[in-house]
Design a protein around this ligand. Structure first.
Ligand code: RB5
Length: 146
């Protein structure tokens, strides 16, 4: 399993913590930056994560900014990406099971490191259920073609 991870300046420390956590689970991490606390623009990094997942370079993506909102919006603009912002594990789990989310976002200014790890684990440990959800996913992705 390969995960692309990206962040803006607000989330460098959280990114490093999540990255170490993923690696401790045996997951290969592709770090798309940013790597410093110099001010930068979250759309750049959200798009990088989205493109890595959409192209198949990574299986899934994790995107972190101050709130998680801007970087999720950016990742979600890439065709094929279903990004969600989660501040607790239940939404993260259901976003995989029902919405087949492929990019997880959260906010380094909103949640703490332990919650970030719990959300990440809940998301990774859940599986897409398919079935009745597939029709809705198809409808969702069809919007990209209109
Ligand atoms: C950067 O100050 C902040 O706006 C950004 O990290 C994020 O919260 C945007 O959604």
């Amino acid at each position: 399993m390969k995960i692309a991870i990206g962040n803006d300046h607000a989330a460098v420390d959280m990114k490093l913590g999540v990255k170490a956590h993923l690696e401790s689970r045996g997951i290969e991490v592709i770090d798309m930056g940013t790597h410093t606390s110099d001010s930068c623009d979250y759309p750049v990094y959200g798009e990088k994560v989205g493109r890595a997942v959409a192209s198949g370079e990574a299986d899934l993506g994790i995107a972190i900014c101050g709130t998680g909102v801007g970087i999720a919006m950016a990742a979600g603009k890439v065709k094929g990406i279903r990004a969600c912002v989660c501040s607790e594990p239940c939404t993260a789990r259901l976003s995989r099971m029902h919405n087949d989310s492929n990019v997880l976002a959260f906010g380094a200014r909103i949640i703490g490191m332990e919650m970030a790890k719990m959300i990440t684990d809940a998301w990774l440990d859940a599986e897409y259920e398919g079935g009745r959800h597939q029709r809705r996913i198809d409808q969702l992705m069809e919007i990209e073609n209109r």
